[in-house]
Design a protein around this ligand. Structure first.
Ligand code: NAD
Ligand code: DAU
Length: 361
């Protein structure tokens, strides 16, 4: 039985990945989820799998060398899938330091621990061990509005925000381990994900939550920045396929060829919500494009991201399966059906966060 060590499995993509893996492999695999449970980590995301015999949760910080080494000493780990990170660009603009700590030093700790556990006396690595570093398209910087320009695996790194700079640094560390030690790893650079369990600091769940509460819908700048949206389960599938079918030491870009301007996303959410809500529901009366408020732009706001997923398609056969029209409706319905989840994650510190980040907006 293969044993996976998943970092950051209580977050948005990590929890969706764990669900995907149990759905696909059931009792053929074992998963150990290590997560520090920061504001973004939520064990409620994993409620329906937490009692499985082949699942273990360990609360630990990926920067804690002893705790991470202990997991490798006590378990014969076959696969590492490294999600844990500080992930929100706006937070990185306000407080960059924690991004360097978690994303750079945390990745270094993970790499060292895996290398220590997997390296043989002759400097080669135990058969079949693999590390997958989950990264972002933001490392490539920003594209202009030329619709023929895309991010390829060969595009030079040019990160702009403290978040993307920290992710680029972590990618470089993984590349250094591969180049120097022939450490068995892959990197995936993925575009914007959407789907269930995403913390409502990110555009889509924030807009859904505000719209249902009749609050204004903050759109940064002119609303014409473009993101390339991918349904989170498609990302989970890509990660699994890269780890099982990809060539070691390679980077794979993951994206949906699904570019949308932010304003289009916000309007779509309003339209779908209006469609889903009963006429008798008081929340429907308040829903209109009038809730949209153009606010001060994000500092250093990248204009456009667009992934060319040609390599992962031709080498591995991965393609996104969920079309945006279907995925966004499914996502909105999920939040709609899980208002208790939303209420729980927006209680406590969320209100303070929202007031601080949007006070001048
Ligand atoms: P998230 O913020 O929802 O989840 C991050 C998880 O990591 C949380 O459970 C948190 O508790 C945990 N964590 C944070 N610091 C930790 C630490 N020091 N030790 C242990 N655990 C810690 O993030 P996400 O959106 O699920 O992103 C997951 C990964 O995917 C990140 O590496 C991110 O850079 C990458 N990524 C995200 C997207 C996206 O659209 N969200 C796209 C491409 C790549
Ligand atoms: O591209 C992949 C990246 O996508 C990941 O690496 C990051 O972890 C993830 O957070 C995401 O980054 P973005 O900055 O693109 O996502 P966010 O949801 O924060 O913003 C999406 C777009 O919407 C962006 O252009 C900023 C804009 N925006 C965002 C918020 C929160 C608004 O206009 N208003 C808002 O209130």
């Amino acid at each position: 039985m293969r044993t996976y060590l998943v970092t950051g499995g209580a977050g948005f993509i990590g929890s969706n990945y764990i669900h995907y893996m149990f759905k696909k492999y059931d009792n053929e695999i074992r998963i150990i989820n290590v997560d520090a449970l920061t504001y973004a980590g939520n064990l409620e995301n994993l409620k329906d799998i937490e009692d499985r015999d082949n699942y273990t949760f360990v609360k630990a910080n990926i920067c804690d060398r002893d705790a991470i080494n202990k997991i490798f000493e006590e378990n014969d780990i076959d696969r590492v899938v490294h999600f844990a990170a500080e992930s929100h660009v706006d937070r990185s603009i306000v407080n960059p330091e924690i991004f360097v700590q978690t994303n750079v030093l945390g990745t270094a700790t993970m790499l060292n621990a895996a290398k220590k556990a997997w390296e043989l006396p002759d400097g080669t690595f135990k058969e079949g061990k693999k590390f997958l570093h989950v990264s972002t398209d933001e490392v490539y910087g920003s594209l202009d509005d030329d619709p023929t320009a895309f991010f390829y695996e060969t595009t030079p790194y040019s990160p702009h925000s403290p978040y993307s700079a920290s992710k680029a640094s972590s990618d470089m560390l993984v590349k250094a381990y591969m180049d120097t030690y022939k450490f068995p790893a892959n990197i995936t650079n993925c575009s914007n994900n959407y789907g269930p369990y995403q913390f409502p600091e990110k555009l889509i769940p924030l807009i859904i939550n505000n719209a249902l509460a009749g609050k204004t819908l903050p759109v940064y700048g002119d609303g014409k920045n473009v993101r390339d949206w991918l349904y989170v389960e498609d990302h989970a599938k890509a990660i699994d396929m890269v780890q099982e079918k990809g060539r070691l030491f390679e980077t794979y870009n993951v994206g949906g060829h699904n570019e949308k301007q932010n304003i289009e996303i916000v309007k779509t959410i309003i339209d779908v919500l209006k469609d889903e809500l009963d006429d008798s529901d008081p929340r429907k009366a308040n829903l209109s494009y009038d809730l949209i408020k153009y606010v001060e732009d994000r500092k250093g706001h990248d204009r456009r991201y667009a992934i060319a997923p040609d390599k992962i398609k031709s080498e591995i056969g991965w393609e996104p399966e969920t079309m945006f029209k279907e995925g966004i409706r499914k996502t909105i319905k999920w939040y709609f059906d899980h208002m208790d989840w939303m209420a729980n994650v927006t209680s406590g510190d969320y209100e303070k966060y929202y007031e601080k980040m949007y006070k001048n907006k």
